[in-house]
Design a protein around this ligand. Structure first.
Ligand code: ADP
Length: 231
């Protein structure tokens, strides 16, 4: 599902955020990406989502080579990936319902009845059923984050990439959202979650990758039993 070969990312100011990263995630996998602030987690997710160009190396996601992906082909990639960024990036002048419906409207092919039943189902899953007619600015930070989670999964993407998706949530809700991601994973969705919340992720037996200063290390074993890291 995701294949990075010797990927380096240098921003326009010359800062090297990723350094020769090799990374592979098979279809149906569930993995955590950990690392201190500034280690390169968001950068790696943005590259995978096609939101930032690669400087060097090859990157392939959902059977699409991103290095030479044209703007015309970008919507095909978008349809396959659900993205949860740290800042929810919601449309403030649209109700919650419209924000969550957006990916279905953009990809087309759904009638209003299908859209409303899918939107209501995901809003129920993130415990926001009663907020569909609110504007995002009328919600708390944690509620806005859950709207962005609902928006990312409403289209049943093949791949979900999430950047600190539980960062603004209290521990119970954070665990619930993780269980929700697991349910989607069991239905076949590949999941990659960046999080520095080691206390939370140790409860989930999934593989763990760690970024240190832009270099990727892969843990031997699952998140609850890490022994050594290998590059
Ligand atoms: P993390 O998500 O692990 O906190 P980031 O990927 O956000 O790390 O950042 C990795 C490094 O790249 C940091 O040193 C950060 O300052 C730098 N960086 C991130 N975005 C940009 C940008 N747009 N321009 C220049 N440097 C950036």
């Amino acid at each position: 599902m995701i294949e990075l070969q010797h990927v380096t990312k240098r921003y326009s100011n010359g800062h090297k955020a990723l350094d020769h990263v090799n990374f592979h995630l098979a279809s149906g996998d569930f993995a955590f990406l950990t690392g201190h602030s500034g280690a390169g987690k968001s950068t790696l997710l943005k590259l995978i989502a096609g939101l930032e160009p690669v400087t060097e190396g090859r990157i392939r996601v959902a059977n699409m080579q991103l290095n030479d992906l044209s703007q015309r082909r970008m919507p095909y990639l978008r349809r396959k990936i659900g993205i949860i960024l740290q800042s929810p990036n919601l449309l403030m002048d649209r109700h919650v319902f419209d924000n969550v419906a957006l990916p279905l409207i953009v990809s087309g092919g759904y009638n209003y009845k299908e859209i409303s039943s899918r939107v209501r189902a995901v809003l129920a899953k993130v415990s926001l059923t009663n907020k569909e007619n609110f504007y995002p600015y009328e919600l708390s930070g944690g509620e806005q984050q859950r709207i962005s989670i609902a928006r990312a999964i409403v289209n049943k993407p093949e791949l979900l990439v999430a950047d600190e998706p539980t960062g603004n949530l209290d521990p119970d809700l954070a665990a619930e959202i993780m269980f929700l991601f697991e349910q989607f994973n069991q239905l076949g969705m590949t999941v990659l979650i960046a999080s520095h919340d080691l206390g939370l992720i140790k409860n989930f037996k999934h593989q763990q990758f760690t970024l240190v200063g832009g270099k990727l290390l892969h843990a031997q074993g699952t998140a609850d039993k890490i022994s050594t890291f290998v590059e």
